[in-house]
Design a protein around this ligand. Structure first.
Ligand SMILES: Nc1ncnc2c1ncn2[C@@H]1O[C@H](COP(=O)(O)OP(=O)(O)OP(=O)(O)O)[C@@H](O)[C@H]1O
Length: 564
């Protein structure tokens, strides 16, 4: 049995590259983005501050296993805190502030944190809304403390400088290192239980799959991924943006630091990449220093890859790793493969190619069911070409959800022969003959049409169908939903248009209808509705809440019916 701690990666970075800048934090407000206006921490300083803070935290009773709700956006304090907590073996609970107040309250109650560490704004919300009242016993404020009790980050740092050092606590393989919440795109977010072993494996798998080298410069627009920069010995440039609204990022705030620091790695959600691609193309901006762009969390429209690719140096890949909070990475594909080979199949209704399974992980496509599957058996496996649920196994698979035995039972399968644990991704997909994995849509968002008047029963998968229409120049994105009208499920395609598109919807509808009948998978779609702006998740601003669109579509259809 091995014991480990992800904070050891920072210790190594501090020894190997003490003077390399680990964090560049931008100046606030409208201060010009010049190198001298950035606050910096070298690896040595980041390590030293995290050890000091760990001593301060230790001095006020924060120990191995203490659960800590952490609501601090990417900043030097965020990095120092996270590594300090890991060092102590304490358990940070990472929750997106943008998941909505109701979800936040529930997730915080469920996670039972004893300590709340947050910026002033987070504490104001906590205090007014009574988050985790039942479990909290200590409060730590990053920034100005107002009417609540507790310590500040600065006080703890000073306390830590006077206290004795806090030793690194290596945790055994099965002990919880952190709780990371899913985006909640198909229901209430669930807390995936991470171990240090999982974090360490993620670092290794991502490094290899994305070919990342030490010493690279990372502009990270996605908070959870930001944590990997120090572990991969990359310098992290913090962008000036609202991390809960990646789709609204000001492109200047990306262009400037990329140029200033010769950034080599850019990570962003599909919504951010979309905004950046469109704005950069319009402004004639290029990105010659980038060695790769990484976009994860939701499918990326090939149209956006097509737009972004010519702005990068020749052969620079845009990777779209496939995975989930519960297991990342699973598979990786590059824009070269998508644009060169798979895009046409995607527009013809084949689904979205997510590529080859990364080294170290296994994936299988299994029988599609909404029931728990407690025990693994090879009979579950579907043949290549047959759509089922994607199940994965390997060192980055989380074993359970925190405090949610029912969800855990629905998502995990144990192999009694090998003792391995399989995670059900909740995604529908298939393998092709070349061993590439294809994603067709969320399992829970499938639309099942019963056999009717001689037409056999059919299941429609959202992303697979939508891709047939998403290539249309007037379309920004589409969402397939099953609308319940007069006890019948009717497949409806909701359409969000490109801004500025003025084609009368009746004409666009006709064009979409011809696309629908061009593919076997979409032929059953006969209803098209224009929607001004889809509801989407906050973390990536990319996952469409089709569950919310379905009742809306049903209402629209009923209204249209009633019209004389
Ligand atoms: N490269 C990709 N291509 C297509 N879909 C992707 C890709 N990467 C991630 N996804 C989608 O995102 C999902 C994982 O998202 P995440 O872990 O953020 O939470 P979630 O599953 O959306 O949340 P919840 O389980 O609470 O509904 C995957 O299961 C898949 O549906």
């Amino acid at each position: 049995m091995t014991a480990s701690n992800i904070a050891r990666t920072l210790e190594t970075a501090a020894t190997d590259r003490p003077d390399q800048v680990a964090i560049y934090a931008p100046p606030a407000g409208r201060t010009p983005l010049r190198v001298e206006n950035y606050r910096t921490l070298t690896f040595q300083q980041l390590h030293q501050f995290s050890v000091e803070l760990a001593s301060g935290l230790n001095a006020i009773g924060i120990r191995r296993g203490t659960r800590i709700a952490l609501m601090v956006p990417p900043s030097p304090e965020f990095f120092v805190l996270t590594f300090a907590l890991f060092r102590l073996g304490a358990v940070p609970v990472l929750i997106d502030p943008g998941m909505g107040l109701k979800n936040l309250a529930q997730c915080l109650t469920e996670a039972r944190p004893e300590v709340f560490i947050g910026i002033t704004k987070a504490h104001v919300a906590r205090s007014l809304l009574g988050w985790a009242k039942g479990s909290l016993r200590q409060l730590i404020t990053v920034g100005r403390k107002l009417w609540w009790s507790g310590r500040t980050y600065d006080e703890l740092q000073r306390l830590g400088q006077k206290s004795s050092q806090a030793p690194m606590v290596d945790l055994p393989e099965e002990e919880t290192a952190a709780i990371l919440f899913t985006s909640g795109s198909t229901g209430i977010p669930k807390g995936a239980v991470y171990t240090h072993e999982i974090f360490l494996s993620q670092v290794e798998l991502l490094k290899e799959a994305l070919k990342i080298s030490s010493g690279e410069i990372d502009l990270c627009t996605f908070p959870l991924f930001a944590l990997f920069a120090p572990a991969l010995k990359m310098s992290a440039i913090i962008p000036r943006m609202d991390f809960t609204r990646p789709a609204k990022v000001d492109p200047q705030e990306i262009w400037q630091p990329v140029e200033l620091f010769q950034v080599t790695n850019l990570f962003g959600s599909p919504a951010l990449i979309r905004r950046l691609a469109i704005a950069s193309q319009q402004a004639g901006k290029t990105f010659p220093t980038l060695r790769r762009v990484v976009s994860a969390g939701a499918p990326v429209n090939p149209k956006i890859l097509e737009l972004f690719q010519p702005l990068l140096a020749p052969k620079t890949p845009i990777y779209t790793p496939y995975g989930a909070t519960e297991s990342l990475p699973v598979a990786v594909v590059s824009s070269q493969q998508i644009l060169g080979e798979t895009q046409q199949k995607t527009t013809a209704g084949a689904g979205i190619c997510v590529g080859q399974v990364v080294t170290g992980m296994q994936a299988r496509v299994i029988r599609l069911t909404d029931e728990p599957i407690p025990v693994w058996s090879n009979d579950l496996i579907r043949l290549p070409g047959v759509i089922g649920e994607i199940a994965v196994c390997g060192p980055v698979v989380t074993r359970s959800y925190d405090a949610r035995p029912e969800q855990t039972a629905l998502a995990k399968i144990v192999d009694p022969h090998t003792g391995e644990l399989w995670h059900r991704m909740g995604d529908a997909g298939y393998f092709d003959e070349q061993g590439d994995l294809w994603f067709c849509g969320r399992k829970s968002q499938r639309v099942e049409l019963p056999a009717e008047a001689g037409v056999p029963a059919q299941t429609l998968f959202a992303d697979q169908c939508e891709a047939v229409f998403n290539g249309h120049p007037a379309v920004a994105r589409t969402a397939l939903v099953g609308a319940l009208v007069d006890q019948r499920i009717i497949p409806v395609l909701c359409v969000e248009r490109n801004p500025g598109n003025r084609t009368p919807f009746a004409q666009l509808e006709e064009e979409l209808r011809s696309l629908a009948i061009s593919s076997r998978v979409t032929a059953a779609i006969e209803h098209f509705l224009e929607h001004p702006a889809f509801p989407v998740d906050t973390r990536h601003n990319s996952k469409i809440f089709r569950e919310k669109l379905a009742p809306w579509a049903a209402k629209q259809l009923s209204k249209n019916h009633r019209k004389p």
